[in-house]
Write a protein that binds this ligand. Structure first.
Ligand code: BES
Ligand code: MN
Ligand code: ZN
Length: 495
């Protein structure tokens, strides 16, 4: 895909299609009005007939209007004019891109009305155009044997109108990288558990490091994990025939070697629940339980691709959680790498166990910040649904940075409290603490558990159980929160 910016002469641009916005009650936007003038009022005439009302997301393709360089105009509904926000604009372009991809149109110029620059500036316009085009182009990596549909015709997208073309071009380049990273996440997460095993994830990390000299991969096998005394991670892994892997992906793009940002990913390649076996309905979706790991790989790919001036470390705890004769049992007590003992009361609360050892491992890097990403709790889905990821942490600045990154990237998260009272619920008679805290506040008690291993670190936790994948007809990985993490990294790289 070729991205660029158009600067003037919308009506005479030689592209196949102009993408124009129509507000509710068939009101042409400012860009549309200029095109309408060039084609002798044909657009207004069409709208006056009531053929297109401008409802958000609706599109209408019109061809062969006189007086235009383009052969087509795609009218796209933007909803009410006074509610124009970044999210509306993004939804509009996403709808237009999907509509264009159903045609043979090869090039287009976007001339949708823009919200206020505080809502969507020149840079984020570019980001949104490239990222959403990439998302529209994404094809699920299914294993269907039927012939794949032909490649899309769309080859060139021009963004506009903009004030500073160079700023938008930078946004386009970054947005393209974000889309690429999202597809890395989605492809990995969509793979079934019998293909995407801990060993497979480790191989992918190694292959990635081979492609970029700025990336180094180290993989700890079971013996090396044992040497690190990661008793919690090993307890989860012991029920499976798939051996665990602990993956360290290091990106060095900074001149000096500053304290790194450490990203920690939950890599449960399949979560059956273990002895505390899950109910059958929807259990297949627990192949997505390595989404956090996929985000970490995606983020490091993006950093390497954009050569961000950052020092990053990705840590992935990769295991399969299975029942079996050797599996860990409710009541078993294990010792984590930090030396703290844990009573495993429910083997389905495995994510926090593997993350606790990974978070402890992060200490050796003397990190500037540690962020873990995990499909951690069903309770987070109950609390927040599927629109916001759960965010908790022990550092107000880091938490605020992530909240703002999520806003800008339209990949939002919502902070839940993480105060000391919740620790009560993790009390155990037999070990330092238990791995579950009861039903109430389940997303928070899970984070509280993680907090036992991050004292003294600047740490934040993203619970993406409700956002990393979708169920139902569109079942599959969503690519979230890769855009959030990318935005956070890009901001850190710029400071
Ligand atoms: N991977 C699940 C969390 C999950 C649930 C992700 C639903 C996506 C959708 C996690 O390992 C888990 O099983 N958590 C338990 C914890 C409980 C036993 C305290 C849960 O949420 O039920
Ligand atoms: Mn589980
Ligand atoms: Zn899990």
């Amino acid at each position: 895909m070729e991205f660029g910016v158009w600067t003037k002469g919308l009506a005479t641009l030689s592209v196949d299609c102009l993408v124009l916005g129509v507000f509710e009650e068939a009101q042409l936007g400012a860009q549309g009005a200029s095109v309408d003038a060039a084609c002798g009022g044909r657009l207004r005439k069409l709208l006056a007939r009531g053929d297109f009302a401008g409802r958000a997301g609706d599109t209408l393709l019109v061809s062969d209007l006189p007086g235009l360089g383009a052969t087509h105009v795609l009218l796209t509904g933007m909803g009410p004019a006074k509610q124009l926000q970044r999210r509306t604009w993004r939804k509009t372009w996403a709808a237009a891109a999907h509509a264009l991809l159903r045609t043979r149109i090869a090039s287009c110029a976007i001339a949708l009305d823009r919200p206020d620059a505080r809502e969507l500036d020149d840079y984020y316009l570019g980001r949104a155009v490239a990222e959403l085009t990439g998302a529209a182009l994404y094809r699920i990596n299914d294993l269907k044997t039927a012939r794949k549909p032909p490649p899309p015709a769309l080859k060139k997208v021009l963004a506009g109108p903009v004030r500073r073309a160079a700023t938008t071009e930078r946004g386009l380049a970054h947005g393209e990288a974000v889309a690429m990273a999202q597809s890395v996440q989605r492809d990995l997460a969509n793979l079934p558990g019998n293909i995407c095993t801990p060993t497979y994830l480790a191989e992918q990390a190694r292959a990635l490091a081979k492609r970029h000299t700025s990336l180094r991969a180290r993989v700890l096998d079971e013996a090396a994990i044992r040497r690190e005394k990661m008793g919690c991670l090993l307890a989860v892994a012991q029920g499976s025939h798939q051996p665990p892997r602990f993956i360290v992906l290091e990106y060095q793009g900074a001149k000096k070697s500053p304290a790194p940002i450490v990203l920690v990913g939950k890599g449960v390649t399949f979560d059956s629940g273990g002895i505390s076996l899950k109910d059958p309905p929807g259990m297949d979706e627990m192949k997505f339980d390595m989404s956090g790991a996929a985000v970490v790989i995606a983020a490091l790919t993006l950093a390497a691709q954009l050569r961000l001036p950052l020092h990053l470390v990705g840590l992935i705890a990769a295991v399969e959680n299975m029942p079996g004769g050797r599996a860990v049992k409710p009541g078993d007590i294990v010792t984590s790498a930090s030396g703290q003992t844990v009573e495993i009361l429910n083997t389905d609360a495995e994510g926090r166990l593997i993350l606790s050892d990974a978070l402890h491992y992060a200490r050796r890097f003397h990190p500037a910040a540690v962020i873990d990403i995990a499909t951690l709790t069903g309770a987070c889905v109950v609390a927040l649904g599927h629109h916001h990821a759960g965010l908790m942490g022990n550092d107000a600045t880091l938490v605020r940075e992530l909240l703002e990154a999520g806003q800008r990237a339209d990949d939002r998260c919502w902070q839940l409290p993480l105060t000391e009272e919740y620790a009560e619920q993790l009390k155990s008679n037999f070990a330092d603490f238990a791995n579950i805290g009861g039903r109430d506040g389940g997303a928070i008690t899970a984070a509280t558990f993680l907090g036992k291993f991050t004292q003294g670190l600047k740490w934040a936790h993203l619970d993406v159980a409700g956002t990393a994948y979708q169920s139902g007809a569109a079942k599959g990985s969503t690519g979230r929160p890769t855009a959030l993490i990318a935005d956070f990294l890009l901001k850190r790289a710029a400071r």
